[in-house]
Design a protein around this ligand. Structure first.
Ligand SMILES: NC(=O)c1ccc[n+]([C@@H]2O[C@H](COP(=O)([O-])OP(=O)(O)OC[C@H]3O[C@@H](n4cnc5c(N)ncnc54)[C@H](OP(=O)(O)O)[C@@H]3O)[C@@H](O)[C@H]2O)c1
Length: 344
């Protein structure tokens, strides 16, 4: 036992020895995930243990489930996933605190990134990767507003539209506007005053309009390439349109944010980022790749937006933990309308 472990503030009498989880023991598809029981994890010095009230899923969880792109396996486990429980977005109550965590106490209501998997009754989270859930904000909304909300915010910052920006008169094109990131980006950009054109399918048009989008392009009937060349920011969360075609739609100073982890005409995610940098340097294209990582400060800005109603997650479905495999299949389909949330 490390000396600091002895000081973990764990009310062992309150905590069960094991917990229900949705876990996988090999890389694969959603039907390789199964409900099982595992020991409740013990927080390390910088961790808190959270009793999960809600968990949300993202394409990143699907990449980890599949172990693809294969380069992921360098960190996630060469032959099988090292962390067997999927899910990272979490909201819940702190029930134990690691020795070096000064900021959090048992009973705090928090949301953020879980390191041990959030499709579980309990999850570990680093103390500097969580923030307080504001009074009145439901668990489900908080859990749904972690990775996707942060990526929406960070993408708009990379595009020159920070949260306090006055975007009045700016034209923003959001591709994949009905997805997790797109649905938050529409709300943030319209709140800042931008004129938002949203690309989604006709079946999601009403939902995306209700988020504030001014114009809708139904990708099943219209081509993005036919739009006017006047966009200040093009936030592409899908990757189905060649980057160069999107760049041709920018204003003289407009930027393109290629933000998809899926393969497309510019290659897979790594190739897309490599092309993005190469073309920026060699061809002076205005591409901005960004990598979003959670921090307490960034999550606090999302918490503020949830509290004041600037942001409200678009919810695809809320499922119980035992249907976690179905929840992952929904995200893996690439056609969730907003966030898929799971509650224990
Ligand atoms: N840069 C970063 O730090 C960062 C962080 C997180 C995620 N990401 C990446 O961001 C991407 C998007 O994530 P997400 O959570 O928003 O995904 P998501 O929620 O799974 O996106 C699903 C949505 O995409 C829509 N869609 C599918 N094909 C489309 C098309 N051709 N045109 C327009 N919409 C289309 C679907 O609508 P329909 O059902 O109508 O087709 C669905 O509503 C992922 O690939 C992920 O890897 C990047």
């Amino acid at each position: 036992m490390r000396p600091s472990d002895a000081r973990v503030e764990t009310p062992s009498s309150d905590l069960p020895a094991t917990m229900a989880v949705i876990a996988q023991h090999r890389y694969g598809e959603a039907d390789d995930l199964a409900a099982t029981r595992l020991p409740v994890p013990t927080p390390g010095p910088r961790d808190v243990l959270v009793r999960v009230a809600a968990a949300a899923l993202n394409p990143a969880d699907v990449f980890l489930m599949r172990g693809r792109p294969k380069v992921l396996r360098l960190a996630a486990g060469a032959r099988r996933p090292k962390v067997t429980v999927r899910g990272s977005d979490v909201a819940g109550e702190v029930v134990a605190v690691g020795a070096d965590v000064a900021h959090w106490r048992r009973g705090d209501r928090v949301f953020g990134e879980a390191s041990s998997g959030s499709l579980a009754e309990y999850a570990l989270a680093r103390g500097d990767r969580i923030a307080r859930v504001p009074e009145g904000v439901p668990w489900v909304d908080a859990a749904a507003s972690v990775m996707a909300a942060l990526a929406a915010r960070d993408g708009l910052v990379a595009g020159g539209l920070p949260p306090d920006a006055d975007a009045n008169g700016k034209r923003v094109l959001i591709i994949g506007a009905s997805g997790g990131i797109g649905s938050f980006a529409v709300q943030l950009a319209t709140h800042a005053g931008a004129h938002v054109t949203a690309v989604c399918s006709g079946r999601n048009a009403d939902a995306v309009r209700a988020l504030g989008a001014h114009a809708i392009v139904d990708y099943t009937r219209e081509s993005v390439a036919d739009l006017p060349a006047w966009f200040d920011v093009i936030f592409d969360n899908v990757g189905a349109t060649p980057m160069e075609e999107l760049h041709a739609l920018t204003s003289a100073t407009g930027v393109v944010l290629p933000n998809s982890g899926l393969p497309g005409p510019d290659g897979g995610p790594l190739m897309r980022v490599a092309r993005c940098h190469a073309r920026r340097v060699l061809l002076r294209r205005r591409y901005r790749a960004f990598l979003s990582t959670p921090s307490t400060a960034a999550l606090e800005s999302i918490a503020g937006a949830l509290r004041d109603g600037t942001l409200s997650p678009l919810l695809d479905v809320v499922l119980p933990l035992e249907r976690g495999s179905e929840a992952m299949a929904r995200v893996a389909s690439g056609h969730a309308r907003g966030k898929v949330v799971v509650t224990p």
